[in-house]
Design a protein around this ligand. Structure first.
Ligand code: AMP
Length: 249
């Protein structure tokens, strides 16, 4: 069984992004970029399924600028077998990403498609859901546990206040949540070996997908600075302020 894993190159989670002076976007010039953390979890899960003998081949896919190759090399170093890079400098919206992934899936025919629950740059949380709809495939979002059985996969999902367990027919689209696993540390020999693994290049036009943007960003703003707090002498004072100032009780 083949697994396809989508990996996005995003601003590293340790970087505090700044809004551009004209409020048109965030400034990501010269900041550290890394694989989206939820996608690392997706790659790790695919590798574990392969180690358990459930998956035979892992194909990592990234869409975007030339440097996505680095992200794909990381996925290969973690244990993916092959990589596909759909190269474009156009900023991709989730619908365009889902259409491109669907086109790659049509070629590759994976039984399991693993994506992150959200990309930490745009926080869209849309791609996996759109991909499942375009493929007319089963989907389970926010996966905390994945077990592959005969012709189906059982996924435990994180939901408000608990867990939900679903059985999905294959092919299935699964989006990963934080508790699914802890991605492995990539060792140097694996990084070296990854350089020799195949990385296929495609353009959106090769896949016949229209990626023209449908959304324009009107404004990006920093969150409001928090006001300083105050110390109160006793509970009575707190109740008085909640009643008369905040008017919440
Ligand atoms: P989003 O819907 O944008 O929050 O992204 C959810 C997931 O879709 C990510 O965690 C990735 O697995 C996948 N994805 C989004 N954009 C890309 C991209 N440009 N290349 C590869 N995968 C992507």
């Amino acid at each position: 069984m083949k697994a396809l894993v989508a990996v996005k190159r995003v601003v590293d989670y340790n970087v505090k992004v700044r809004v551009k002076a004209d409020g048109s976007d965030v400034d990501i010039g010269n900041v550290k970029m890394s694989m989206n953390p939820f996608d690392e979890i997706a790659v790790e899960e695919a590798v574990r399924l392969k180690e358990a003998g459930k998956v035979t081949e892992i194909v990592a896919v990234s869409l975007g600028e030339k440097k996505c190759e680095e992200t794909l090399r990381t996925a290969l170093a973690m244990g993916a077998d092959r990589a596909v890079h759909v190269e474009t400098d156009t900023k991709l919206e989730p619908l365009a990403v889902a259409k491109l992934l669907k086109a790659v899936a049509d070629k590759e025919q994976p039984q399991i498609l693993l994506l992150g629950k959200q990309a930490i740059d745009d926080d869209a949380n849309q791609t996996a859901q759109m991909l499942a709809a375009l493929m007319n495939a089963a989907q389970a979002t926010f996966a905390a546990k994945v077990e592959v059985g005969d012709g189906e996969v059982t996924v435990t999902r994180e939901i408000d206040g608990g867990e939900e367990t679903l059985a999905l027919k294959l092919p299935a689209v699964i989006s990963t949540d934080l508790r699914l696993n802890e991605p492995r540390f990539v060792k140097l020999p694996n990084i070296m070996a990854a350089k020799k693994k195949p990385l296929e290049k495609l353009a959106p036009a090769d896949l016949n997908v229209d990626i023209s943007p449908r959304i324009s960003v009107l404004k990006v703003a920093e969150p409001k600075a928090r006001q300083a707090g105050i110390k109160l002498a006793n509970v009575g004072e707190l109740v008085e302020k909640l009643k008369n100032e905040a008017k919440v009780i």
